[in-house]
Ligand binder design. Structure first.
Ligand code: NDP
Ligand code: HSE
Length: 438
């Protein structure tokens, strides 16, 4: 059988990794796919830029449309990123009857519903394993491996750059900006790195995971995102004293009222495996009703790790080229006409435990006032820690861990605590999850 011809949009970190892996493992890949795979045309903005991989057998062009319109190309791989040109090109490739593979989580989270509908109508595949958690085959695990389960919740460290920054700051006391610059140099960060540090990239990925876990349409606009830039060394250290690590987690949970969809820094007990996932590594915990809690771990970003997922999609697409479109695995795991209209919950309705840090005047009755407010709001305290007064500082830090409570009740209680004259400044609030498999 003739090799399958592929058009590649983008020759950057992931594009380069994909070319390298396809070349190095060509024999193994062909034995798995049943056919050879040839990248025949590829595009970059600057095709004269020196590349650290071999492009001698590939026609290079800066004309992106030449790739998606190429008559011999059966599969287009989109690795340029962004949601403008990438959207136009992917839609055009589908319209031309080409299968599409993408690592672009922003594109899928924002335009996935439209893209999958167009692909379904045309009978082509759109594969996006590399869009979530880099090299970890998490889409396949949830969509196929856990297909017998009712998924109850999932929680993951799904941004490699953010986890790299938090780890280097904690372990080596490095400066935020300095670690971010290193993540950019290593090719981990997004073109706009605020996507990494403000939880937006993780929000894109969580939106995708949530859809395939619960069979709901992609709804990124309803995802709550909070970044890591306000996490202080003091909070990291107090959390450790209490037996917790701070990680940026994406959490999605099915409740009777709807689906939680939230990304924020989170305290996790340090004894949990996921609390010990460091550097650029990612991990996703998925709780199914039949299988219980399962954990998936691996590199969350980087050239070849991400290429591993892109090439796995390519092998899947090549294997199913001749299959009847109706018998393929559905894009969002559930049949397109069987998606559910479960609502996404607002943060006010989310229930979680909390770490609170307040600066209190060191005088009798202050703690009693704070605990009275919490008690009147129905908030039960799990632990309390009062630190010594530092020299020259008028207040003392008080750290409180609470049991689970609805966010709205916590917001009201925080408002009352901040109104006390004995409390200075804002209360620092970080959410806490025990992730104990229940
Ligand atoms: P890079 O910036 O390294 O590469 C982008 C490539 O696309 C470059 O070759 C660039 O050309 C080309 N390009 C960009 N815009 C255009 C355009 N409008 N028209 C034509 N070519 C264009 O990005 P990455 O490889 O890091 O990321 C690619 C995608 O993969 C993104 O969606 C990203 O979110 C996703 N991803 C990235 C991961 C990573 O670890 N980096 C991991 C998982 C997903 P030129 O080389 O000339 O600049
Ligand atoms: N910028 C992303 C991250 C790339 O750091 O996780 C992988 O999706």
């Amino acid at each position: 059988m003739k090799p399958v011809k592929v058009g590649l949009l983008g020759l950057g970190t992931v594009g380069g990794g994909t070319v390298t892996v396809l070349q190095r493992n060509a024999d193994e890949i062909q034995r798995r796919a049943g056919r050879g795979i040839e990248v025949v045309i590829a595009t970059a903005r600057d095709i004269k830029k020196p590349r650290a991989f071999d492009t001698s057998n590939i026609t290079l062009t800066s004309d992106t449309q030449a790739v998606v319109d190429h008559p011999d190309v059966e599969v287009v791989i989109e690795l340029i990123g962004g949601t403008s040109d990438a959207h136009t090109l992917v839609m055009r490739a589908i319209d031309n009857g080409k299968h599409v593979i993408t690592a672009n989580k922003a594109l899928i989270a924002k335009y996935g519903n439209e893209i999958f509908a167009a692909a379904h109508a045309k009978g082509v595949m759109v594969a996006f394993e590399a869009a979530v958690a880099g090299g970890i085959p998490i889409i396949k695990a949830i969509r196929e491996g856990l297909a017998g389960n009712k998924i109850e919740w999932l929680a993951g460290i799904i941004n490699g750059t953010g986890n790299f920054i938090l780890t280097e700051m904690r372990d080596k006391g490095r400066d935020f900006a300095d670690v971010l610059a290193e993540a950019q140099a290593l090719g981990y960060a997004e073109a706009d790195p605020t996507f990494d540090v403000e939880g937006i990239d993780a929000g894109h990925k969580l939106t995708i995971l949530s859809s395939i876990a619960f069979g709901i349409p992609l709804q990124f606009e309803k995802c709550y995102t909070e970044g890591i830039s306000h996490i202080t060394a003091a909070d990291v250290s107090y959390a450790e004293e209490l037996g917790y690590r701070i990680k940026s987690l994406g959490i999605s949970r099915r409740t009777d009222k709807g689906v939680e969809l939230r990304v924020h820094p989170t305290l996790i007990p340090e004894r949990r495996l996921i609390a010990n996932v460091d550097g650029v590594m990612n991990a996703v915990l998925v709780k199914g009703d039949a299988v219980g809690a399962t954990l998936y771990y691996g590199a969350g970003a980087g050239a070849e790790a991400t290429a591993s997922a892109v090439v796995a999609d390519l092998v899947d697409v090549v294997r199913t080229l001749t299959a009847d479109p109706e018998n393929r695995v559905p894009h969002l795991a559930f049949q397109p006409d069987a998606l559910s209209d479960l609502p996404i919950l607002s943060m006010d309705d989310v229930e979680t435990a909390y770490y609170l840090r307040l600066e209190a005047q060191d005088k009798p009755g202050v703690l009693a006032d704070v605990t009275r407010i919490l008690s009147e709001a129905g908030i039960s305290i799990e632990a309390i820690l009062q630190k010594e007064q530092a020299e020259g500082v008028a207040t003392v830090p008080v750290i409180i861990l609470t049991h689970r409570i609805c966010e709205k009740q916590m917001n009201d209680a925080i408002g009352c605590i901040e109104a006390l004259t004995s409390i200075t400044g804002k209360v620092v609030r970080i959410r806490l999850e025990t992730l104990d498999g229940k």
